[in-house]
Ligand binder design. Structure first.
Ligand SMILES: *Cc1c(COP(=O)(O)O)cnc(C)c1O
Length: 377
């Protein structure tokens, strides 16, 4: 069976976990956490990064830092992971969902402006598959309407927009290091602070509303409860594993790129490619080969293709169900039809991509797709 995803050990993950145990400190904010922060800040120029136990946790920190209150409106794509929305709903926000672009799962940035009201507090963008949202349009709205911008960059480590790393553009950004992401530690994430006004408070919220991080740096003699917060830190075991991955960041990127390019060369078959389409590039974007996705012609065709691949031992999977008409949110949505996103919900299919996937396996997968379509048409 070729699984959809498989987390790989690429370097010293296990040795570092053992070293963490041997230091006698495995709770959060130790040496390994510090080294991870250093890596991300140096490598991507983030003003400040804070590891979290999950990407979800990083999004929750962002909502806390923006002081989201009941009744505030938050604009975000409907085609995204539940945590993008939950983080703000937990603070009492009302979510205003935006459709995808016609040809890309990313949100249609031109549909945002009519949705802005007096109560709008922020816009959350999600860079699908590491393909950048057109941030210039979003930043212009941010300035004109005085809105905060949060990047859900969970897919986007290493990807760029007009030369800037994803996650360095919004006021705050969230990354995920879940085992399905390019760089991973099982469960993990990171809040990135790009606006220094949030920097001090981010550390406090991270450490249960206390100034314990400053205390650990010996900036104060005792530590106190000074604000609201929660426990967002990962253990040093997690940070140690993650550090092992960061040391091989370049080779992780190169391996994924090779796999992605092999797929995209192989998937050029079909009469002028009328069988399915590949995700198009987005303006200004250099993506990070996080996802290999094809857009099938219909939901039923996608289901047959999934079954065909499964019968050959290949696991391919659909992706998000639109949040605006989910069982939880349906009754709260304002009724706008978000039909582009529904199209991706129905027709988008993700193929296996992970560090240890071999060239021969990519051949096998693309042949299986070819056999499905050539038999059908
Ligand atoms: C993976 C992911 C997250 C965060 O997931 P965690 O499992 O909490 O790390 C958030 N948003 C998107 C779009 C994701 O894909």
């Amino acid at each position: 069976m070729i699984p959809f995803n498989k987390p790989s050990i690429v370097g010293r993950e296990l040795a570092y976990m053992q070293a963490a145990v041997e230091t006698g400190k495995i709770s959060g904010n130790g040496v390994f956490t510090g080294q991870c922060h250093h890596f991300f800040e140096q490598h991507f120029g983030f003003y400040k990064s804070l590891l979290t136990h999950s990407g979800t946790g990083a999004l929750e920190m962002a909502a806390l830092l923006l002081n989201i209150q009941p009744g505030d409106e938050v604009i975000m794509p409907t085609y995204t992971f539940v945590s993008t929305a939950n983080a703000f709903l937990l603070r009492g926000a009302h979510i205003v969902f935006v459709d995808s672009a016609p040809d890309h799962p990313n949100m249609d940035v031109h549909a945002i402006e009519p949705l802005i009201t007096e109560r709008t507090k922020c816009i959350v963008v999600m860079h699908y598959g590491g393909y950048a949202v057109d941030m210039q349009v979003v930043l212009d709205l941010s300035v004109r309407y005085r809105l905060f911008i949060i990047e859900d960059a969970a897919h986007g480590i290493g990807a760029r927009y007009n030369g800037l790393p994803l996650g360095s553009i919004g006021h705050l950004a969230a990354f995920s290091f879940h085992e399905t992401k390019n760089v991973q530690c099982g469960e993990g994430g990171m809040l990135v602070v790009n606006d220094e006004r949030f920097s001090h408070r981010a550390e406090v919220v991270w450490e249960k509303g206390t100034n314990r991080a400053a205390f650990a740096r010996k900036e104060t003699d005792t530590y106190h409860w000074i604000d609201i917060g929660s426990s967002f830190l990962p253990s040093e075991l997690t940070a140690a594993y993650l550090l092992g991955q960061t040391e091989h960041f370049e080779s992780i990127c190169l391996r994924r790129r090779a796999i992605w390019e092999q797929y995209s060369a192989n998937l050029q078959f079909g009469p002028a490619n009328s069988w399915f389409t590949l995700l198009p590039e987005t303006p200004g974007s250099v993506h990070n080969h996080h996802i290999v996705a094809i857009i099938c012609r219909s939901a039923s065709e996608r289901e047959s293709l999934i079954r065909h691949l499964d019968s050959l031992g290949i696991m391919a999977v659909s992706h998000y169900r639109c949040l605006h008409d989910s069982p939880y949110y349906k009754g709260r949505h304002d009724g706008r039809k978000l039909s582009n996103a529904k199209h991706f919900e129905d027709c988008l299919l993700r193929l296996p991509i992970y560090h240890d996937l071999t060239e021969a396996q990519v051949e096998e997968i693309t042949k299986a797709i070819y056999s499905f379509y050539s038999r059908k048409s």
